[in-house]
Design a protein. Structure first.
Lengths: 312, 270
């Protein structure tokens, strides 16, 4: 039971990551590699500031701001110097590895101070006692508080993102990904939209990184490896869950559900004996399959359809 | 309203593919006028529109809109003053966004995109009326993604979007060339009505001699990056489709020799 709660909590944190990847990958059609650097950047900044005695809210906010800056730099390199967007992301991601080491002063940094989740965990313990009984099993009450915090933050972030995508600025961003020429003809700088969009995307990724570090009570320079693929897996899985809908709200919620479901699947796979070292390999294969399979299945369908037609 | 002074543009300079698309072009359009531009392939008529809208920088010369020198302005900034409809009927609208969202983005042409909700206080009633006037039954589809509509329907909405804020200049780049004849006729009808109603100075490029003869109050024929013919007023009204065709085949005959060959022939025989 406790494992399920922890899995759900991590899944919800990765849902915030998925929302960031949704922005870059689905809205702008750029698989933004910066994410692999901005996720640990958010964690590193938060861990460092917590160590230096900052309060959890400003430490988290600073982590988010760091991610936004990283995204803006990627966007700027892309639009100003016409560097391929993926290469721009790789450059910033690589640079961030050193930045993260500098910020932490070591390759990892434990968090011993109170985190964003501590008050919630304490409140849950005060309210329910050390252990709570759920469905006949006993669960540490702290886990409940943690899960509550994650549900609230992920839900809130999704609501803000949905609202944002329906504002003038958000709609202009969607139009930039959809038809950039049209937006320029309507008097808006698509370059500016791209920089702001990547900043926002990486702010969300860094937010997830900051929360993840506070949850596992340490930041690590290696924690960003493969984060972009994880985000893509969640977004693609979410898209499969909600189907081909056009409502922004549903698509965003789909990405959220995709992240949680993916985390559950991973937990089950490991429970069933998957070596954790193989996890990234399996994730990459699953993402590839998810991208290739729909077209492949469609192709198969039409071929069979054509065959039936010829027979008739 | 629109003023071009000795505008030059050469594509791929210094290579075998060098094209002198605009060879020192001068043009002055009066406020509220409706000018039709025709020309052979490669005459520079599309380059002319690209130069005015700022899709690329010009090599030399000066472009003024409403007395403002816009020569160094990037494309998006000029769009504050210039509404455009492209040849590709799908280029002027964002398919994933709804009809209402597309119109709302167009109604804020050139403004900062803020954090205000896009559709709050939207002028839905006004848009419904405008859409009803097109006569395609689009007035009930404000909340459909525009990608579900046909090319003719989308081009009609693009035309509405381009004229929604009454920009100083309206540029139409062969905007009916990619449509089926029925849709083309419909879009031309809408063009005539919207241009007559708006105060925008209109510049329309077309391949259709029929459109060139029947529309506008001024006609410009381009050839090799220069203005070859420029008629307006009663002279323009008298021009028939057949006369235009005659002129056009004349221009095409000229085209068979390139400029160097013409020079050679001229220096040897004249």
């Amino acid at each position: 039971m406790s494992l399920l709660f922890a899995t759900l909590a991590v899944g919800l944190v990765f849902a915030i990551l998925a929302l960031g990847v949704y922005l870059s990958f689905r809205v702008y059609q750029i698989p933004d590699m910066t994410a692999d650097g901005s996720f640990p950047l958010g964690a590193a900044i938060t861990a460092r500031l917590l160590k230096d005695g900052a309060d959890p809210i400003s430490a988290t906010a600073a982590g988010i701001a760091g991610g936004a800056l990283a995204g803006a730099i990627t966007g700027f390199i892309h639009v100003r110097f016409k560097v391929n967007a993926i290469l721009a992301g790789i450059l910033v991601m690589t640079a961030l590895y050193s930045v993260n080491l500098r910020v932490m002063g070591a390759s990892n940094l434990p968090i011993t101070a109170t985190t964003l989740f501590s008050p919630l965990e304490d409140a849950a313990c005060r309210f329910f006692g050390e252990e709570t009984e759920i469905l006949g099993r006993s669960v540490p009450s702290g886990d409940l508080g943690l899960l509550f915090g994650c549900v609230t933050l992920a839900g809130l972030t999704a609501c803000v993102l949905i609202f944002f995508l329906k504002t003038e600025l958000g709609a202009a961003m969607r139009a930039t990904g959809d038809n950039a020429r049209m937006l320029r003809a309507l008097g808006t700088s698509t370059d500016r939209m791209l920089v702001v969009g990547l900043a926002l995307s990486n702010a969300l990724v860094a937010f997830a990184g900051s929360l993840f570090a506070q949850m596992q009570t340490f930041a690590d320079a290696q924690m960003g490896i493969g984060v972009i693929v994880l985000g893509l897996a969640s977004v693609i899985l979410g898209q499969t869950l909600v189907g081909p809908v056009r409502s922004i709200g549903l698509v965003v919620i789909g990405a959220l559900m995709g992240a949680v479901l993916f985390r559950l699947l991973v937990a089950i796979a490991i429970r069933m004996g998957l070596d954790a070292n193989d996890l990234k390999l399996v994730t990459a294969v699953v993402v590839l399959a998810a991208i290739v399979a729909p077209g492949w299945i469609k192709n198969l369908g039409t071929r069979r359809g054509r065959g039936a037609h010829a027979a008739a | 309203m629109l003023r071009l002074e000795s505008v030059r543009k050469t594509f791929n300079p210094g290579t075998a593919n060098e094209v002198r698309a605009l060879a020192g072009l001068d043009l002055n359009l009066a406020p509220g006028s409706f000018t039709v531009v025709i020309g052979t392939n490669g005459s520079g008529k599309s380059t002319l529109q690209g130069a005015i809208s700022g899709v690329f920088a010009i090599d030399a010369g000066r472009i003024e809109v409403d007395g403002i020198d816009v020569t160094s302005w990037p494309e998006f900034r000029r769009s504050h003053l210039i509404g455009r409809v492209f040849q590709d009927p799908f280029a002027g609208t964002a398919p994933e966004l709804t009809v209402a969202e597309n119109l709302a983005l167009a109604s804020k042409r050139g403004h900062w995109r803020t954090l205000a909700p896009l559709l709050r206080g939207a002028r839905r009633g006004e848009w419904r009326d405008l859409l009803a006037q097109i006569g395609l039954g689009l007035e009930n589809r404000l909340d459909d993604p525009i990608g579900l509509l046909s090319g003719g329907q989308r081009q009609s909405i693009t035309l509405l979007m381009a004229t929604l804020t009454n920009p100083k200049i309206l540029m139409l780049d062969e905007h009916t060339a990619a449509l089926d004849p029925r849709s083309a006729e419909l879009v031309i009808g809408l063009t005539t009505r919207l241009v007559a109603r708006s105060s925008s100075t209109t510049l329309m490029v077309t391949h259709s001699m029929q459109q060139a003869a029947s529309l506008g109050d001024r006609l410009i024929a381009m050839h090799r990056g220069r203005i070859y013919l420029d008629v307006s007023g009663s002279e323009k009204r008298k021009l028939t489709e057949n006369e235009l065709f005659g002129m056009f085949s004349h221009m095409r005959r000229d085209d068979r020799f390139d400029e160097a060959a013409c020079e050679l022939v001229r220096s040897q025989y004249l």
